[in-house]
Design a protein around this ligand. Structure first.
Ligand SMILES: Cc1cc2nc3c(=O)[nH]c(=O)nc-3n(C[C@H](O)[C@H](O)[C@H](O)COP(=O)(O)OP(=O)(O)OC[C@H]3O[C@@H](n4cnc5c(N)ncnc54)[C@H](O)[C@@H]3O)c2cc1C
Length: 669
């Protein structure tokens, strides 16, 4: 049975449409639906008629903003991706169900990643299936689970993303077919994925795209047992730095057929762990193996696959210079960081050099200046790290639920927070310069159940950061509170040209080292004193920082515009999080390396430096990333872009990776 309907849009009359019978059933109660024999009976091989939904068109929609246009495009794509309602193609594939909310009181807790009865309830609601207990757990897998305890909610809840395996679901509970058949895609909430999408990860993309590329590369002759063989010549690429950006660039380039050498000034992860231990316990700072330099455990997972590719990895190898001929990079000069300074350098020829050195390679920045590489100062943020007892943050954020945190062993996750404030805005309507005088102040790298750590790379400069172990079991919660600074704040350091921001950082790191009194002791001040511009206590509350804290006038460390912005924002935070300003809250100085203080100009398509051919600046150090994920993604895109230039890859990167985000240097992780 079909109904004829006329859909009308302002100014536009659509042809009558036929609506499938099952649509009428939508008005029935859900229990009636289960019993209804007429709707979408399986197997059904003929397609059903197209369905068009029409919204009232308003003036605004006739001239939609870019955002709305994109949203609409996404929705169209979403509908195109899902097989038509009722079509047999819906009998397989996966539906990703997101934003499934389960009340915290009904959930087994943060460590449970199975499918609980409460989650089945949420799934049933999403797919409009009336009897949750009939849904087989085996058809669902949890992809993501997070906790939402915002005060605007009536009660705290866990939020799930779940993949629904349609074939399994229909095999185990055929009565779900009606509901799958008419499931309507919704952007970011209910999305269809055909089977192939699941294996469409980076490695599969690479293996598909590298096929057929070998015949395009140059041929070189090699001599083997006296006879001459012709082999495709692999372009040689140096990747400097084994952080996430360097690793992902190496992975892509290696998979696509380049001969990659990955050079890392620091130690491999095992020795780096020992060096960091010696720093935390015996105050021994290794200038080449510390919190900023060297391989990290998380990254070594990726290294495993890069080993598989026979990418040559050289630890303890610092790149000191570039070999430049006729405006093009032809190679690099390296030294062994375990040997004494001044020991013999080695020259290595390469066809291209990927620069993935992170934000603390100040010597590398100076070397780039020597070669007149285009660098420009970039905004970043500086400030102090605040630490509270974790139990205090739990109770501010969760109220009575805080009792269930139990140092990371309980049902409820250890509480964190994320704060963004804008201070000094004034009256924007009457003051045209208001935005010029306002400053962003935000929490950065909040570490629940964590500790404050030393991230200096030089003993005369002191800077800190924070970290948590996976259990988040420590007694403390710490987070940086930082204020945005930009090139017009670096006026005093203009003589350093593009390195003005680096010198700005260095200045406050030196001041902090002096305030702490040396030996990596950190200057610290109670937050109550900091906001009152005084130092009243000589005995500070305990701190997680292991090398010692010294009572100091942190309110005198930074220029007034930074101190005042921090003070104002702390007072604003107290209004939202009563208890944040407390005698137990301790500020530590200084947090300066939130992101790179400069940007190395590069071409948006090729990723090549705009001033030096053959150089590919990527990741956080080049000013194109601000965290592990954005650095890895930048490395991946650069890998494809460079492979394209080396004729190792011929596809359209964005067609399968999506459009590259160009503004990721200020990500607040
Ligand atoms: C304590 C701490 C905690 C952090 N926590 C988080 C977090 O929770 N989440 C998050 O997203 N981010 C976090 N970050 C930031 C994150 O680590 C960086 O954003 C990210 O690693 C940047 O990646 P990258 O590849 O651009 O550079 P990096 O990871 O910095 O890697 C650069 C590499 O290049 C090497 N190198 C530098 N110069 C040379 C040279 N001349 N020759 C050879 N090798 C060289 C360095 O030794 C280094 O290993 C944290 C950082 C620190 C210090």
């Amino acid at each position: 049975m079909a109904l004829a309907a006329a859909a009308t849009v302002t100014g536009l009359r659509l042809a009558p449409l036929s609506i499938p019978a099952s649509y009428i059933l939508r008005t029935c109660t859900s229990h009636a639906l289960l019993a209804a024999p007429v709707s979408f009976s399986r197997p059904r091989r003929s397609g059903c008629d197209a369905v068009v939904r029409c919204g009232k068109r308003t003036g605004k929609r006739r001239y939609p903003s870019e955002k709305k246009r994109l949203e609409r495009r996404h929705k169209e794509l979403l509908h195109q991706a899902a097989p038509e309602e009722g079509s047999p193609d819906r009998e397989s594939g996966y539906w990703r169900l997101s934003k499934l909310a389960v009340p915290a009181s009904d959930d087994p807790g943060k460590d449970f990643t199975g499918v609980s009865p409460a989650l089945l309830q949420a799934i049933a609601k999403a797919i409009k299936f009336p009897v949750a207990s009939m849904l087989p757990e085996e058809a669902f897998s949890v992809i993501r689970k997070s906790f939402d305890a915002r005060k605007v909610l009536k009660a705290a809840q866990f939020i799930y993303t779940v993949d629904m395996d349609v074939k399994k679901l229909l095999d185990m509970e055929p009565r779900t077919w009606d509901f799958i058949a008419r499931l309507e895609p919704k952007l970011g909430v209910i999305e269809y994925m055909p089977d192939e999408k699941l294996v469409n990860d980076l490695i599969s993309i690479l293996s598909v795209n590298k096929n057929g590329s070998d015949d395009e590369v140059e041929i070189r002759d090699t001599i083997n047992n006296g006879s001459i063989h012709s082999e495709p010549k692999k372009p040689r690429v140096a990747v400097i730095g084994s952080g996430p950006s360097g690793l992902f660039a190496s992975l892509v380039l290696g998979e696509l057929g380049a001969e990659v050498t990955l050079l890392e000034r620091g130690q491999a992860v095992e020795q780096r762990g020992r060096d960091i231990g010696a720093l935390a316990v015996r105050r021994i700072l290794q200038s080449e193996s510390n919190f900023c330099f060297g391989e990290v455990l998380l990254e070594s997972m990726y290294l495993c696959s890069v080993f598989l590719l026979q990418v040559t990895i050289r630890f303890n190898t610092r790149v000191d210079d570039l070999i430049v001929e006729d405006g093009q990079v032809k190679g690099i000069v390296v030294s062994d960081t375990k040997l004494h300074p001044g020991s013999v350098n080695q020259k290595l020829p390469f066809d291209a050099v990927v620069l993935a050195v992170g934000h603390s390679a100040r010597d590398t920045y100076s070397m780039l200046c020597k070669h007149n590489v285009d660098l420009s100062p970039k905004s970043f943020a500086v400030g102090l790290r605040i630490e509270h007892p974790q139990e205090l943050i739990n109770s501010i954020q969760y109220s009575e639920l805080a009792a269930e945190v139990q140092k990371g062993r309980g049902r409820i996750p250890v509480a964190d927070y994320k704060i963004v404030k804008s201070v000094g805005e004034g009256d924007a309507e009457n003051n045209v310069n208001a935005t010029e005088h306002s400053r962003g102040c935000y929490s950065f790298c909040m570490c629940p159940g964590g500790q404050v750590v030393l991230t200096s790379t030089n003993p005369s400069e002191l800077c800190i950061n924070g970290m948590s172990f996976s259990r988040r079991a420590s007694k403390w919660a710490n987070s940086a509170l930082v204020v945005t600074v930009s090139s017009h704040d670096f006026g005093l350091f203009q003589s350093h040209g593009p390195l003005a921001g680096v010198e700005f950082q260095r200045e406050y790191e030196r001041r902090a080292a002096a305030m702490g009194g040396g030996n990596f002791v950190v200057p610290a001040q109670c937050v109550t004193d900091f906001i009152s511009n005084k130092l009243s206590v000589t005995t500070l509350p305990p701190s997680s920082y292991r090398l010692g804290v010294r009572p100091s006038k942190l309110h005198e460390l930074f220029p007034p515009y930074i101190t005042e912005a921090l003070q104002q924002s702390i007072i604003m935070i107290e209004k939202e999080m009563p208890g944040f300003v407390s005698k137990e809250a301790l500020l530590h100085g200084v947090e300066t390396r939130t992101s790179s203080p400069l940007q190395i100009s590069r071409d948006g398509e090729t990723y090549e430096s705009t001033s030096l051919q053959g150089l590919y600046p990527i990741g956080e150090g080049a000013g194109y990333a601000g965290g592990i994920l954005s650095a890895a993604v930048d490395g991946m895109y650069c890998g494809f872009a460079l492979a394209k230039q080396l004729s190792l890859f011929h596809g359209d990167i964005e067609s399968f990776l999506g459009k590259a985000q160009k503004q990721t240097s200020f990500v607040k992780y």
